[in-house]
Design a binder for this molecule. Structure first.
Ligand code: FAD
Length: 395
């Protein structure tokens, strides 16, 4: 399917924002999406925390993101990515519609909440069943609700939800929490929280909206009903990374590790949004990540093109690699540049501090160094500390 400049995998808030920023930076952008553009928000009823929009349905917001990306002429392809391979810097994305090579890739495939698997869960999602306290908590002002789970997220979110709900039941299958001591203590001493130990949800039921949970005590087998208008499921969340397992460094649970430029451990591969190891998984943070990733990818692509053109393609070229944050090295760079007018061979100056990965890729370990390339291969090199040493190398 040919080579593209920037390929974005996933058209959620992170991917679509990356597409907008990528197109506005003048890149050729292709967005790959296996489902409906917009991502997870398509499955939520209402969104009240996207800055500047007091109230929108998830589907409306998702659609406006897609329209915005299309306005800047981002190209979309409906397809599922099954694998990414990176070989000698060449990045190939494998899809059910063929292979696509990319100069840079942004992984924006989001995360999936682990479902309970109880009858009624799917039908009442967005009508009482939620997986996000920050998103949906305010809709349950003065109502009785339940939280399912016993880890830190469940216990902490239950405490958070007492700001809104008149009562929060925590339903947990064991007789103690996995959450840490402090979170547990905070929950157990909160007068609005009641824990139903050794209990599992057998069914989620109601008419139009959720009305009750059918519970089973796993010790006694006793079945009971719990009338609630909301239930928050916190039994875990997983990043959508099955197509790239082992490709990039990740934290426990598979969450992709990036730096603040959204760069992963693999050069030219960026990650944005919920798939990342991060503190807050929301639309606004995903969009912010997408913007950063696209700008970083854009600068990576122009850097690559520049370096390819000046360093790797010419028949013969000499380059001085220095660190721009070292005053002496930067001064020597200026002197070398000036001396070119006085008869010395022209030398390409390359800031090894800004182009760290390229320097590493070339096998250059110490700066400053002067290097002669022939057809992209290093012929000879020398550590230089003065103009005289540089001139000697060039003569
Ligand atoms: C029910 C619910 C309610 C929520 N409510 C709110 C709220 O009120 N406010 C808020 O800020 N946040 C809310 N969130 C969280 C918010 O939706 C996420 O933080 C946000 O969508 C993350 O964006 P993303 O782009 O990183 O990932 P996602 O939105 O998950 O998008 C990832 C996209 O990648 C696609 N994809 C995955 N794998 C592949 C593949 N292999 N090939 C091709 N495509 C692939 C998926 O189909 C998906 O479209 C809610 C989430 C849920 C589930």
């Amino acid at each position: 399917m040919g080579k593209r400049e920037l390929v974005i995998i996933g058209a959620g808030p992170a991917g679509l924002t990356a597409a907008i920023y990528g197109k506005r930076s003048g890149l050729d952008v292709l967005v790959l999406e296996k489902g409906i553009p917009g991502g997870q928000i398509n499955s939520t009823g209402e969104i009240e925390n996207w800055t500047g929009v007091l109230h929108a349905s998830g589907a409306e917001l998702a659609d406006s993101f897609r329209v915005h990306a299309e306005h800047f002429k981002a190209e979309f392809l409906e397809t599922e990515v099954s694998k990414i391979t990176v070989d000698g810097g060449r990045k190939v994305i494998h899809t059910d519609k063929g292979e696509i090579e990319a100069e840079a890739v942004i992984i924006a495939t989001g995360a999936s909440f682990r479902r309970l698997g109880a009858p009624g869960e799917k039908e009442f999602t967005g009508r009482g069943v939620s997986y996000c306290a920050v998103c949906d908590g305010p809709f349950f002002e003065d109502q009785e609700i339940a939280v399912i789970g016993g880890g830190n997220t469940a216990v902490e979110e239950a405490v958070y939800l007492t700001q809104f709900a008149s009562k929060v039941y925590i339903i947990h299958r064991r007789d103690s929490f996995r959450a840490d001591r402090m979170a547990t203590e905070r929950a157990l001493t909160n007068p609005r929280i009641e824990v139903l130990w050794n209990s599992v949800v057998e069914e989620i039921a109601g008419e139009d909206m959720l009305e009750k949970l059918v519970l089973k005590n796993v010790r006694t087998g006793e079945i009971s009903e719990l009338p609630v208008s909301g239930v928050f499921v916190f039994t875990g969340m997983d990043p959508n990374i099955s197509f790239m397992e082992g490709l990039v460094e990740s934290a426990k649970g598979g969450w992709v590790l990036t730096n603040e430029r959204m760069e992963t451990s693999v050069e030219g591969v960026f990650a944005a949004g919920d798939v990342r190891d991060k503190y807050l998984r929301q639309v606004i943070t995903a969009a912010g990540d997408g913007a950063t990733a696209a700008m970083a990818a854009s600068s990576y692509i122009s850097e690559q093109l520049h370096l390819q053109g000046v360093l790797l393609e010419p028949e013969q070229v000499t380059a001085y690699f220095f660190s721009s944050i070292d005053e002496a090295q930067a001064r020597l760079a200026t002197k070398i540049e000036e001396s070119a007018g006085g008869g010395t061979k022209k030398v390409v100056l390359l800031d090894g501090y800004k182009n760290k990965r390229m320097v590493e890729k070339l096998g250059i370990t110490n700066l400053p160094v002067i290097v002669e390339f022939r057809k992209g291969r290093i012929q000879r090199s020398k550590q230089v500390g003065s103009l005289e040493e540089a001139v000697e190398f060039l003569s």
